[in-house]
Write a protein that binds this ligand. Structure first.
Ligand code: CMC
Length: 427
C-alpha cells in the first residue's frame, strides 16, 4: 500500500502530528489514526461511523456516488444475471467463481448439510404460535452453536469452510421451520434432489409427503421464474461490506465467541426496520397507504420535519444514487408482472410513490432513491411469501456474507477486540 501523510495541527498547544494515509485498490483513502490517542490524548468522534473505516477488507466494494456494487471485484449485475446464488456464495468464500467440478461438489455438500439435528426440532416447540420467524430463527442459530461446539476451536481453512458450509446449508431449513412453526403446520424436511433455492421454496409451500404446494389458489407447482427470482434476491443480499449487521458480526467475532452466536447477533441487528426489516415495513406501509389516491398525502408526511413518518424502502447511508440492486429488482419485477400476469393495487401504489418521490425536490436534494427493500417486498409478495418471511429471506442471502466477513476478521493479524471510546457529558 502506498503511503501519504496527513498533518494534524493542535492550535492550542501548537503541536503537529503526522498520520499515514492508506490507499486501497478502490474507494476513498483512509487516515490511519491508530496512534492518535497515544500521541494526542484525544479520541475521534463519529457516531454512526459515517467517516470511519473499521477494517481492511477484500470482499465487497460499494461506490455509493456511482451506484456500484462488486463482490470480489465482479459487478453485481454480472453475478445477478449470469450466475447462480451458489456460485456467488462460492465466490464470496473463496475469492473466485467455481469451475464446473467445484460448483457440483459445493452444491452436493450443501444439499447434504441442509438437514437439522433431530434434537433441534424440539426447540421450535418451545416458541408460541405466531412467534415472529426472525425471533425463532435467531434463537435457532444460537442453539445450533450448542450442537457444533467444535467450531469454537478452529485453526485451519478446512475447518472454517466446514463451519460456513454447514450454516449456509441449514439456514433455509431453519427459516422454513420457523415459518411453519409460526403457522402451526408440520415441517417439511429438505429434499436432496432439489437445488438450494427450489428446496427452500418447497419447504415453505409443500404439504408433507406430497408434491402439492400450499396456495390460496389451489395446488400449484413451483415455477422456474419464481426460483430464478428468489435466487436473484439471495444473490443481491449476499454481502454489503460493513453494514450494521456485519459490523455486529465482526464485533462479536472480536470477543472470541462462537461463530454461530456471532451470526445470530447479526440476525438480531438485521431485524430492525432501518436495516433488513425495511422490506417487511415497505409492504406494511403500502397496505396502510391503501390506494393510489392517498400517496400524495403520505409523501407530504414523509417530507414534514415534525412528523417522524419515513418512506420505507427509500434512502441509504452509502448509496447517494440509485441502489444498483434496486435497479436489477425493478427489471425483475417488470418481468414477473408480465410472466405471472400480476398487477396488484400494491404495485400501483408503489409505482406512484416511486414516480412522485423521484421527481420531488425533497427526495432529489437529499439523494433519496428507492433501495433494495422497496422492490423485494413486492416481488416476494408475488411469489406468495408472507411479509413475516421477508427479513428471514434477507438472512438466508446474507449468511454467506456474514461468514466470509467473520473468516476474514479471524484471519486478519491486525484484528482487535471492538471497543470504541466515548465523549462523556454526564455528571
Ligand atoms: N423518508 C423521508 N426522509 C428521509 C428518508 C426516508 N426514507 N431517509 C432519509 N430521509 C431524510 C432525513 O429525514 C434527513 O433529512 P434532513 O437532512 O432534512 O434532516 C436526510 O434524509 C438524511 O437522512 P439520515 O437519516 O441522516 O440518513 P442515514 O444515512 O442516517 O439513514 C437510512 C439511512 C437507510 C436509515 C434512512 O434513509 C431510512 O431510514 N430509510 C428508510 C428505511 C429503509 O428503507 N432502510 C433500508 C436500507 S437498505 C437495506 C439495508 O442495506 O439495510
Amino acid at each position: 500500500m502506498k503511503k501519504n501523510i496527513v498533518t494534524l495541527v493542535d492550535h492550542n498547544s501548537g503541536k503537529t502530528y503526522e498520520y499515514p494515509v492508506l490507499e486501497g485498490t478502490r474507494g476513498p483513502s483512509v487516515i490511519d489514526i491508530r496512534n492518535l490517542f497515544k500521541d494526542t490524548g484525544m479520541f475521534t468522534y463519529d457516531p454512526g461511523y459515517t467517516s470511519t473505516a473499521s477494517c481492511e477488507s477484500k470482499i465487497t466494494f460499494i461506490d455509493g456516488a456511482k451506484g456500484e456494487l462488486r463482490y470480489r471485484g465482479i459487478p453485481i449485475e454480472e453475478l445477478a444475471t449470469k450466475h447462480s446464488y451458489l456460485d456467488t456464495c462460492y465466490l464470496l468464500l473463496n475469492g473466485t467463481l467455481p469451475d464446473h467440478v467445484e460448483h457440483k461438489a459445493f452444491d452436493l455438500e450443501l444439499r447434504h448439510r441442509a438437514f437439522l439435528h433431530e434434537g433441534l426440532h424440539n426447540l421450535f416447540k418451545a416458541f408460541p404460535d405466531n412467534a415472529h420467524p426472525m425471533a425463532t430463527l435467531s434463537a435457532a442459530v444460537t442453539a445450533l452453536a450448542s450442537f457444533y461446539h467444535e467450531h469454537l476451536e478452529m485453526e485451519n481453512e478446512a475447518e472454517f469452510k466446514e463451519m460456513a458450509h454447514r450454516l449456509i446449508a441449514k439456514m433455509p431449513t431453519l427459516a422454513a421451520f420457523a415459518y411453519r412453526h409460526s403457522l402451526g403446520i408440520p415441517f417439511i424436511q429438505p429434499d436432496i434432489d432439489l437445488s438450494f433455492t427450489k428446496n427452500f421454496l418447497t419447504m415453505m409451500r409443500a404439504y408433507p409427503g406430497g408434491k402439492m404446494h400450499l396456495s390460496m389458489l389451489g395446488h400449484e407447482e413451483i415455477k422456474e421464474i419464481e426460483v430464478r427470482a428468489l435466487d436473484t434476491i439471495f444473490t443481491l443480499h449476499a454481502d454489503h461490506e460493513q453494514n450494521a449487521s456485519t459490523t455486529v458480526v465482526r464485533g462479536v467475532a472480536s470477543t472470541g465467541a462462537h461463530p454461530y452466536v456471532a451470526i445470530s447477533s447479526g440476525i438480531a441487528a438485521l431485524w430492525g426496520r432501518a436495516h433488513g426489516g425495511a422490506n417487511e415495513s415497505v409492504i406494511a406501509q403500502l397496505e396502510m397507504i391503501g390506494s393510489v389516491e392517498n400517496v400524495d398525502a403520505f409523501i407530504e408526511r414523509a417530507k414534514d420535519p415534525d412528523d417522524n413518518f419515513r418512506l420505507m424502502g427509500f434512502g441509504h447511508r452509502v448509496y447517494k444514487n440509485f441502489d444498483p440492486r434496486a435497479r436489477i429488482l425493478k427489471e425483475l419485477q417488470d418481468e414477473l408482472r408480465i410472466e405471472l400476469g400480476l398487477d396488484s393495487e400494491l404495485m400501483a401504489i408503489a409505482r406512484k410513490i416511486e414516480e412522485t418521490a423521484l421527481s420531488d425536490e425533497y427526495f432529489i436534494s437529499r439523494n433519496l432513491y428507492p433501495n433494495i427493500d422497496f422492490y423485494t417486498g413486492i416481488i416476494l409478495t408475488a411469489l406468495k411469501i408472507p411479509k413475516s418471511m421477508f427479513t428471514p429471506i434477507f438472512v438466508i442471502g446474507r449468511t454467506v456474507g456474514w461468514l466470509s466477513q467473520w473468516i476474514e476478521f479471524k484471519q486478519d493479524p491486525t484484528s482487535k477486540i471492538a471497543r470504541p471510546r466515548q465523549l462523556y457529558t454526564g455528571e
